[in-house]
Design a protein around this ligand. Structure first.
Ligand code: MN
Length: 456
């Protein structure tokens, strides 16, 4: 089907899902505006071929920005439940990568004084963003204690020619790895991979436990090993077919402010809690090498008011994790009928779960189970009966209106002290919007025979 990022773009073109943009666009807001439009109109991915001030550069944007594009990338039908099912097929499987001696990503190797981040067409995305950001890179690093690799996506601000911020607060795994290195007085080698194989970008968004290399899950999704090469200056292996790899080492103890930045909830996030808030101070990396293809494609990715590419990359990964987390909570695993990570919740923080209820306590158990898992980052849970379509916000609202009684149906987690929390996510709660098992008064009113009406 496709073997690397650029052949994936070719594949999208054959499906009518890639638009080549010949018109000149600037890196400040104009690339982002194009991605915003296709995100809102269920449009194609974009390949900007004429970047103002950056002759010769091509920028791919919005590559995973819609449900249709995610479905194509993972080889599933364009259907919410089928995409989740596809994630459940591969999210726990692993195929080890294959180490090769070289690859297209080594066509150009820049080290020392040759490193200059200002040559890249780095976009500025949202109106109040504090700076241009690298947003589409997959960050790969090895845990300093175990040597196990981790792949995840983080936003980064270019700080001059050869330094980058690295937004990775705890409990994100890369943040914990930087912390573990600093406790030894060391920096952490980190590679930023742009134009990664689609399987790796998708696998990087799963909630895999610490110690699991997402490159191996990407191999499972592809059905064959991802070919990797060694970095030039750090002990990390990266996909041989990548477009661009930026290598570097974090500087222990050094921090810079991050934000404001248009975040996944469609707000400017934690930066508003003040420039000195711990969560806005992020590590810094010294860039030690850049390797790339001769005609490398730069990758852009928009975050902001949902849906964006960020939310589409997270959504079904979280739905699969939710199924996994709930299977031991219900009396029969198949009692979890459907899961939707909602758009209004940034496809990250609000989940609706439909169940076949066999015990009155199960919705409460589901709410506390999901809220109690820090890495799932859910703030709101709604549990509904299986007759409710979890993907239909009006039906979910109807279930809350007709089947929930506050405060009896409301379950609140006591807040805890969290330096990374913004005011809206310190208190987490869920609503049991299922009908009491013993009562028929909460049942849906239906008129028999509507499906037989053939005169209108
Ligand atoms: Mn991980």
């Amino acid at each position: 089907m496709y073997k690397d990022f650029r052949s994936y773009l070719d594949y999208l073109e054959t499906k009518g899902k890639l638009c080549r943009v010949k018109k000149e666009v600037g890196v400040r807001y104009e690339i982002a505006a194009g991605i915003r439009k296709v995100s809102d109109t269920d449009g194609p991915a974009l390949l900007f071929e004429n970047i103002k001030g950056y002759p010769g550069w091509t920028v791919a944007g919005g590559v995973y920005a819609t449900q249709k594009l995610i479905a194509l990338a993972i080889g599933a039908e364009d259907d919410e439940a089928k995409i989740t099912q596809r994630y459940l097929e591969f999210d726990q499987k692993q195929v080890k990568p294959k180490l090769v001696s070289t690859g297209p990503v080594k066509e150009i190797v820049l080290k020392g004084n040759e490193v200059d981040l200002s040559k890249f067409p780095i976009p500025t995305y949202s109106e109040l963003d504090c700076a241009p950001y690298l947003t589409a890179g997959v960050e790969i690093a090895k845990h300093p204690d175990t040597g196990k690799q981790n792949a995840s996506i983080h936003r980064r601000i270019p700080l001059g020619k050869d330094r980058l911020s690295l937004q990775a607060p705890s409990p994100q795994q890369l943040g914990l790895m930087i912390q573990a290195a600093e406790e030894k007085g060391q920096g952490l080698g980190v590679a930023t991979v742009m134009g990664a194989p689609p399987e790796l970008t998708i696998a990087s968004q799963l909630n895999a436990p610490m110690g699991v290399d997402e490159t191996e899950i990407a191999g499972a999704l592809r059905g064959e090993p991802i070919e990797v090469v060694k970095c030039e200056t750090i002990d990390v292996e990266v996909p041989a077919s990548a477009e661009i790899v930026i290598e570097g080492i974090t500087i222990p103890g050094e921090r810079v402010p991050d934000g404001p930045f248009g975040e996944v909830m469609g707000t400017y996030g934690v930066a508003w809690s003040g420039p000195e808030a711990p969560s806005t101070l992020q590590p810094v990396m010294k860039v030690t090498a850049i390797t790339m293809r001769k005609d490398a494609i730069f990758q852009a990715l928009l975050t902001g008011m949902p849906l964006t590419e960020n939310s589409c990359l997270k959504k079904w990964a979280l739905a699969a994790s939710t199924f996994r987390a709930l299977s031991p909570v219900v009396l029969y695993p198949e009692d979890i009928k459907a899961v939707n990570i909602t758009k209004a919740g940034g496809t990250m923080h609000h989940v609706v779960v439909a169940i076949h209820k066999r015990h009155e306590g199960t919705p409460r158990d589901i709410i506390y189970t999901l809220l109690g898992q820090l890495r799932l980052i859910f703030w709101r849970i709604v549990v509904v009966d299986e007759d409710i379509d979890v993907y239909d916000a009006e039906q979910v609202e109807w279930a809350i209106m007709s089947r929930a009684q506050i405060p009896k149906s409301l379950f609140v987690m006591p807040p805890y002290w969290d330096p990374n929390a913004s005011p809206i996510n310190t208190t987490k709660w869920g609503i049991d919007a299922t009908a009491p098992m013993a009562s028929r008064k909460y049942y849906r009113v239906q008129v028999p025979g509507v499906e037989k009406v053939d005169y209108v």
